[in-house]
Ligand binder design. Sequence first.
Ligand SMILES: Nc1nc2c(ncn2[C@@H]2O[C@H](COP(=O)(O)OP(=O)(O)OP(=O)(O)O)[C@@H](O)[C@H]2O)c(=O)[nH]1
Ligand SMILES: [Mg+2]
Length: 380
Amino acid sequence: MEIKVYEGYDLEELIQKAKEELGDDIKILHYETVEEKKFFFFKGKKKYKLFVETVDDEELVEPVVKFEELLEKVEELIDRKIKTNLPRLAQNMATPDSLPPHIQPNGTATVNFGEFTGDALHLLNQLVSKDVLPDVAVKLVKEGCGLDIDTNKWDLNTVTEREALIKGINKHIKFTGAFDRTEDGLKIFAFIGPTGVGKTTNLFKIASQLVIDKKKKVAVISTDTFKVGASHQARTYANILNIPFYSISESKKLRNTIEELKTFDFILIDTVGRSHYDYWRLGEIKEILSGLEEEINHVLTISCNYKNDDALEVVYKYQTFFPIHSIFFTKIDETLKPGILLNLPVETKLPVSYISTGQRVPEDLKILTPEAIATYILGS
Ligand SMILES: Nc1nc2c(ncn2[C@@H]2O[C@H](COP(=O)(O)OP(=O)(O)OP(=O)(O)O)[C@@H](O)[C@H]2O)c(=O)[nH]1
Ligand SMILES: [Mg+2]
């Protein structure tokens, strides 16, 4: 930086001159006027002194450089902040305020079908396309396979794809058959499961079959005193069937009522739907049913349109509260990919009982068999 002084009689001209010499970026510091000395009787002329600060090239680019440096520093700072805070941010996102606490990142199944060929490979791919888990599919299909000598790979031996699947199902899945299949005497079934899966509707489908087709003596107890209208819905069904109906929310009363119904063939207990993550409320159901664990068959009702992981979670969580008698599938009519029918029983080793095929009471209900599952999965 340098300060230059221009002197002259016209201020405008001085500025112009300074600009021509030093460029447009000059900084005018100030100007002053000086009276020239009088010469005899002539008045002195007014003169100007203009003080100008020059801006050299380096100084000109300096602010730009500084700005870039500043920008870099800011970027560095942001980078550092993100790196140190990201894990914490991610953790925070999974807190109960934002996501349900049970949500965890999932792994992916990695099963290589490279050891299979021909129809076996075709069947495997068909199963996976129906959302059967790859390792469950392999387990089932292998039951119908032999080692092909030419390719040294597994292929179906003398069975069709459907037969192979049924063979696998027979080997790996247990079936309870109809609830009235076993010997005489009072049998108690409690329908438990998540909200809205069809517990009440399907309990009454079973009740209808037992009363109308099998001429059994049936009573229904609802412990769902929580949901508005629940008891009314169940009572209406019970009235249509002309069977006794009780609404009970207390453990002792439940035990006493069951004692009074000893001469009946079946007592069906309807429970309130609970999220499998709601331990507190599941505990409430357990409390009501307490003391009857040995006598009650706990039927876990699960909708076929549940995702595999969610359905497995339902089973595992409910299992920690109740001994599960069987899985009762519902809403098969609402899914195109019913792989859950194989995944759940194979993975959990729990028996399966019935499948609900629609909303109509009592028609839309079937007893599950290996053949029925094969049909739902393969389509014929
Ligand atoms: N599409 C279809 N709907 C069904 C099936 N089974 C039950 N539903 C319907 O599912 C809805 C819920 O049925 P509910 O029997 O009230 O279910 P819930 O499990 O008792 O429900 P909560 O007591 O609230 O937990 C009703 O509209 C039923 O008609 C089925 O197999 N297919
Ligand atoms: Mg219900």
